[in-house]
Write a protein that binds this ligand. Structure first.
Ligand code: ATP
Ligand code: MG
Length: 318
């Protein structure tokens, strides 16, 4: 693929995107690429920077540094063009409790200057898509949470945007409502939309998305196909070893240890991948010491994707 062709296939791209709030760095040089037609999972624990990224892409927040483009338009310099081609569903959106469903959508349709003759058909179409056709005259305040979320989705579809930015659209939904929401997103992907959906629950997005990015503390940890990420999760934790004695001798001792899945000498250090997260690393350390190895350093890999995954999938930060 030439650079130009690759460029045409890109829906969203950020380069060294950064954002600070006072002394806090919420986004730190984030590079992200989302291709057209992707159903893209944006995963990170609480405070990782998901909402900040989506708000910048939606032109609601200015970056402190770096750039972001949506369908080739710069989010700062061409904010108006970006607004027309995106549908942004924030994590918390106010519900107009005393408005009827159709009235609410008509209001937003008018905001997007959709001619009134066309609005009625458009509203019918989006309601059908999200499965709320029979709720047209219902007061929003009486809809269930799941229905309100689907109405929120209908609202961002009203101007037929090419790119959807959805901030945790399934949060707070029961399993059935979640599945319904996911089915709607798959239908939207089939219609050719590019969709970015954030979540702190990896398992929720695993079967839905074709590609994912994982961020932690405002930086990218993984980006690519879901399968690649899964490969990483299945491996055990990684430790780094530095010895003051013979490296080959230490390798020989380690090769005898059943708790170790993989061994690799990297420069003057040894990278040890344990079998799984239940393995006790102190057993490995003990075998080295008994084998006469002088251990200078033995530490866990700090940015191991698997650790982030465990963190995220266990939902420890909810
Ligand atoms: N307006 C703001 N003022 C100050 N700090 C902010 C502001 N918005 C976000 N932050 C900080 O930036 C960091 C990233 O926040 P962000 O909301 O992007 O995370 P998130 O990944 O969406 O988290 P969550 O899963 O909780 O929604 C956090 O430390 C947060 O406290
Ligand atoms: Mg958020």
């Amino acid at each position: 693929m030439s650079d130009e062709t690759a460029g045409q296939n890109i829906a969203v791209q950020t380069r060294s995107l950064s954002r600070s709030f006072g002394s806090l760095t919420a986004l730190d040089q984030l590079h992200l690429v989302v291709y057209r037609g992707d159903l893209f999972g944006f995963i990170g624990s609480n405070g990782a920077g998901k909402t900040t990224t989506l708000r910048i892409l939606a032109t609601f927040l200015a970056p402190s540094g770096g750039r972001a483009e949506v369908m080739g338009y710069d989010v700062v310099r061409q904010a108006d063009s970006v607004r027309h081609i995106i549908g942004y569903m924030p994590d918390f959106f106010g519900v107009y409790k005393d408005m009827e469903v159709t009235e609410y959508l008509d209001f937003f349709g008018a905001c997007y200057k959709i001619p009134s003759a066309q609005r009625e058909k458009t509203i019918g179409d989006v309601l059908e898509l999200v499965g709320l056709t029979d709720k047209q005259g219902t007061l929003i305040g009486t809809l269930s949470r799941g229905m309100q979320q689907r109405l929120g989705l209908a609202r961002v579809l009203i101007h037929d945007p090419a790119v959807l930015l959805l901030d945790e659209p399934a949060s707070g939904l029961d399993p059935r409502a979640r599945i319904e929401m996911m089915a709607i997103l798959q239908e939207l992907q089939r219609m050719g939309k590019t969709i970015i959906i954030s979540s702190h629950i990896l398992s929720e997005l695993q079967s839905l998305c074709n590609r994912v990015a994982i961020i932690e503390k405002g930086g990218l940890i993984y980006s690519g196909p879901v399968g690649g990420a899964q490969e990483q999760i299945t491996s055990g934790p990684v430790y780094w070893l530095r010895v003051g004695t013979d490296l080959d001798r230490a390798m020989e001792v380690l090769k005898q240890q059943p708790q170790i899945a993989e061994l690799e000498a990297v420069d003057s250090r040894i990278k040890i991948t344990l079998q799984d997260h239940e393995t006790d690393p102190s057993e490995v350390l003990e075998s080295l010491v008994k084998g006469g190895t002088k251990v200078i350093e033995f530490r866990e890999d700090e940015v191991g994707l698997e650790r982030v995954f465990m963190h995220v999938t266990r939902g420890e930060t909810q």
